[in-house]
Design a protein around this ligand. Sequence first.
Ligand SMILES: Cc1cc2nc3c(=O)[nH]c(=O)nc-3n(C[C@H](O)[C@H](O)[C@H](O)COP(=O)(O)OP(=O)(O)OC[C@H]3O[C@@H](n4cnc5c(N)ncnc54)[C@H](O)[C@@H]3O)c2cc1C
Length: 545
Amino acid sequence: MAETTPRQLDVLIVGAGFAGLYLLHRMRAVGLSAHVYEGASGVGGTWFWNRYPGARCDVESMQYSFGWDEDLQQGWKWSERFAGQAEILQYANHIADRYDLRRGITFNTRIAAADFNEATGSWTARTEQGEAIAARYVVMATGCLSTARIPDFPGLKDFKGRTFHTGWWPHEPIDFTGRRVAVVGTGSSAIQSIPVIAEQAAHLTVFQRTPNFSIPTRNGPMDDEYEHWWKDGYAQKRVDARRTRTGILNRQSPQKAMETAPEERLDVYETRWKSGGTSFMGSFADLITSQEANDSAADFVRAKIRQVVNDPKVAELLCPTNHPIGTKRICVDSHYFETYNRPNVTLVDVKNAPITHLTETGLAWGDGAFAEFDDIVFATGFDAMTGTLTRVDIKGRGGETLKDKWEGGPQTYLGLMTAGFPNLFMITGPGSPSVLSNMIVSIEQHVDWITDCLVAMKSRGMATIETTPDAEAAWVAHGNVVAHKTLYPQANSWYMGANIPGKPRVFMPYIGGVDVYRDKCDEVAAQGYEGFRISQPAKVAQAAE
Ligand SMILES: Cc1cc2nc3c(=O)[nH]c(=O)nc-3n(C[C@H](O)[C@H](O)[C@H](O)COP(=O)(O)OP(=O)(O)OC[C@H]3O[C@@H](n4cnc5c(N)ncnc54)[C@H](O)[C@@H]3O)c2cc1C
């Protein structure tokens, strides 16, 4: 393919989800030339791709939204407490139009590779179509949950019916009326889509390997009074949210579960259950650190499942017992457990009788069991956190690839950079609070930090910034220590890479808290970017000689 002249940018941004959009806006405001490349045909990232029935946010919309423009946050009206995918995508499009971002985005174009040039201290990236782009900095705003994955079932290609993955859902409406549908998986996307698909399908069969804890959302139209409460002093509430462990104002109780009388404890759980959503995990301060406390919350939820589901055998299958509550991303639902009382819904346990293969007409499991289907929906998740990054052929110093460097698990300093890859930033990368938080809060914090860093680099006439191996090693070690003070590593979760065969078992996000983490990042910047090596242009040239 003929070489085209490299575009010369200050900053190449990969991805046009909320992270890429906000970063482009900030780059323009500080006078750095930036351009976004996006594989999709539109903006919105997660909300562009995940169009499955029932898709919605699990952090309330008043909080799952940008907080950096008072006019924007006062003017935007969410129609529901937890907005659906279409409305969140509409919001992303509104952001793109309101801040005139589209002219800075090339759509339908994936970045396939990026090479660091040690002589110039800058990057040359290449699109899948072969276009070369030269940029001093590259920011991977590629998302933590943007590489959908279907397990490699034998016979997958033989199946003649329709197949879908929740994370690559078609743009046209999909009608399941009168059809025999299988849903494979019972994670968050399955829990959201199953009740909606069940209403249409002639019959729905759910293939469950691991049951998950789920809390009712109690979703409904946005309450005017509630919206006014949020918007009155919105800016301060956003500041307060940033000072929490999760980036969510959810009335986290300081009280410990086991220091609370049993009846009072049940009352607390009941109140949180009734008000709905992930704030259930804020019932007590020690739910993710004390096994006993966690058991009390898990027992409460299991009792609710048994109350809701009529068939005791089905109820038992739906009760999670192999991980502490909250150590896999807690799901929220609208009538998920009730759906199993419908006569057109069957639950198949594939933990002990795994799916063996697909045929032209259906799915086989266990010791010879088989059922025919018209449609199979794979709600089988993502190669989370690292998969999207390592799929790009990124080469740092000495030609080392990111994929090779992370073979034993991701290594970063603050989840922002990885040693040996100067001028390459990640947004919500492994080693940052990321998927354990309200991700919009974490995205804003990373974008602001990176922006300040690049402005400082420019004003000091510096050419490259990279983390030192020592700082990185210390951060990875600290991340492990903090994670192992909690119950999280007990779960075979995608936080641990456990959903991908062969992926190293490392707890990837930083669990120390959004508040603690923000302080650390601010302190590092205030100390002149402690843990980072910053070079002048002349030094870059000398180092390469
Ligand atoms: C179904 C679902 C529900 C969720 N709900 C919540 C929620 O309620 N609260 C919450 O905090 N988080 C939630 N999340 C997490 C969600 O991913 C983040 O909140 C947020 O949308 C991430 O934004 P982002 O811009 O970082 O990444 P994304 O939205 O993932 O965008 C990344 C973009 O990069 C593009 N891209 C990737 N690689 C390349 C490449 N090589 N070249 C070009 N383009 C590329 C992708 O096409 C994608 O458009 C949810 C995730 C899913 C899947």
